[in-house]
Design a protein around this ligand. Sequence first.
Ligand code: FES
Ligand SMILES: [Fe+2]
Length: 375
Amino acid sequence: MSLDSIRGERGLFTDRATTSYTLPSRYYTDDDIHQRELRNIFQKSWAYVGHVTDLEERGSYFVDDVAGQPILVIKGKDDGIRAFFNVCQHRGHELLCGRGKVRAGITCPYHGWTYGLDGALLAARLTNKLPGFDKAAFSLSELPLAITAGLIFVNLDRSAAPFEEEAENFGESIQKHLPNIPEFIARYRFTFDIAANWKVVVDNFSEGYHIPVAHPELSTLYSHRGEPGTIGRRYAFYHNTARPGYKGFETHPGEPYLSWTFWPNLCMLSLPGSKNLIVLRMSPNGSVRCQERVDIYSAAGPLEPNVDKIKHLFADVFNKEDIAIVESVQRGVSSLGYDQSRYVADEAESWFSETALHRFHRQVLEVVADGTGKG
Ligand code: FES
Ligand SMILES: [Fe+2]
């Protein structure tokens, strides 16, 4: 379908950020569009679920919810990391909860079917004499999994495009600046239940235009030169630098301030002051709510003092400011008083431009456009 059919009250969404009108507001509220997003985006995209250091030993596991689907990620006896739907193949009970370690196998708490760490059904009580029952036909359902820069991604679609094709050199862009990222450990994890469509939150992360206005403290942490980003097929990477004299904690001139977005709902930051990676994943919870998962990673070993201050700056200052912003925007885009605007985009694609926002919307429309031409 041509994107030229995407029309709002003011005009057309077009290919060029500097002349296009923005995503019409129905894309932030409509339940049918949300269902298409679940099917065409979230059930086909690579989703961040954790880090290899979350699974230190054989049998270590964690469970996750990927856009409403229960997932289990576990380290096998061969040290391989695998992902399965966290669903027993007998009557569908969920198998594991939270994080932890199993010994020999995964035993369902309902009737006790037991699976190996590789997903094979090992034992199913009272099935010995069941005519034609073949345990091999009831293995756990395995999902494609990829690891880059120590980060684990899964895909709900077994015929998904390979991760390397989608991610290109996304992992290299992380490891170039954080060479020890595969050994980083999660220091803090939070989840925030946000009254906004998931795209409003990703939109907010996709542009630095708002930062000097909406984040007065954060904006003193780094230089506002607004250098062009590195744009991949499914990710964007921006490299800014620390500004001398930040009051919150010690930084060094030229220290990097890095940010990434990775299709569709992953946003990451590495702030100056220590080696750290703040990972945010926005999962839809209906059309007008989402859950923001945050994992803050830092180098293994004793905690560098600035990491705690960076956590404070993130959790108590600018993420709080961002949540208030996105919830306000959701009320606004849901109102009768707003439909569309223009992207404040520059051709150089600087961090302060809304070009990345336009690119994100283009990718959304490519797979969920309603084509109604509705004004
Ligand atoms: S549902 Fe798992 S053993 Fe019955
Ligand atoms: Fe922000």
